[in-house]
Ligand binder design. Structure first.
Ligand SMILES: [Zn+2]
Length: 149
């Protein structure tokens, strides 16, 4: 298309410069390009980044708080103290001891010899301190502790 320079000169399509004033066509008539749009890969990257953040947030919501709750509960349950150890007396049943300790013990051995059933339980703290108790036919026979607070 022929173009008209702001100076008033009419120029054929093939001219890159105005025949009247010599200005370059680019400076006079070619409209300024629209502002650069965000490149496609940039949009894709932002969507991906958003998705990753969403996943991280949902993971945090799903597992983060509940995990720390579980740890707190475990810490409370694992609160084996010397006071509790001292309150456990020979002759008590396992149920009584479990009540005093506030949690079931972990059975670590069981044997039956000559009609005597011997079961060893251990109550452990997360730091490794522990109490163990030997029950014979359901009655506490022996107890021992290691490093209880
Ligand atoms: Zn011109």
């Amino acid at each position: 298309m022929p173009w008209t320079c702001p100076c008033g000169a009419s120029n054929p399509d093939v001219n890159r410069f105005c025949g009247g004033c010599g200005k370059q066509i680019a400076e006079t008539l070619i409209p300024t390009p629209p502002p650069a749009r965000f490149p496609r890969w940039g949009i894709a990257f932002l969507i991906l980044l958003g998705a990753v953040i969403c996943v991280l947030l949902s993971l945090r919501v799903a597992s983060g708080p509940s995990t720390s709750n579980n740890e707190q509960q475990a810490d409370e349950r694992a609160n084996v103290t010397k006071a509790k150890y001292n309150s456990v007396q020979a002759g008590m049943s396992y149920d009584q001891v479990r009540e005093l300790m506030g949690q079931p013990g972990e059975e670590i051995s069981r044997s039956e010899i000559g009609g005597y059933v011997s079961v060893m339980y251990i109550w452990k703290n997360s730091d490794g301190s522990n109490m163990n108790a030997l029950f014979q036919n359901g009655k506490l026979l022996n107890k021992a502790q290691f490093g209880l607070p």
